[in-house]
Design a protein around this ligand. Structure first.
Ligand code: AMP
Ligand code: ZN
Length: 110
């Protein structure tokens, strides 16, 4: 892991953060700068730079991330009203933290 990776530090509890969910593969916490009433980050424990860097062996991590996104949307009661699950990929795709993460945003009034 790069020593300056902020999400590695959060995953390893070197920076305090309240995990809303965690398992062997990933942790979930609130985005510090929410873009919607619900804005969570689903972050694998393994340091992977971006979607571009996924290996075949990472398939189960991605699966866990998407299922966790679905489950957290239900926990935060935004499953019925609707939500977005997305990855920003590299700088042109809006990625600012280069440790893979899935955004869950929801709670919009519709
Ligand atoms: P991205 O632009 O896809 O790389 O998203 C990075 C996200 O991480 C942004 O929405 C930031 O607000 C969020 N973020 C950065 N640092 C922290 C932190 N220490 N705790 C929680 N969220 C963070
Ligand atoms: Zn990292």
């Amino acid at each position: 892991m790069p020593s300056d990776c902020i999400f590695c530090k959060i995953v390893n509890k070197e920076i305090p953060s309240a995990f809303l969910f965690e398992n062997d593969a990933l942790v979930v916490f609130k985005d510090i700068n929410p873009q919607a009433p619900v804005h969570l980050l689903i972050v694998p424990r393994k340091h992977i730079r971006s979607i571009n860097d996924l290996k075949d062996e990472d398939r189960s991590i991605i699966s866990e991330m998407i299922f966790s996104g679905r489950n957290m949307a239900k926990t935060f009661k935004t499953d019925t009203s609707g939500y977005k699950l997305f990855f920003n990929v590299e700088k042109g795709g809006g990625q600012e933290v280069f440790h893979l993460h899935l955004h869950l945003i929801g709670g919009f009034e519709k």
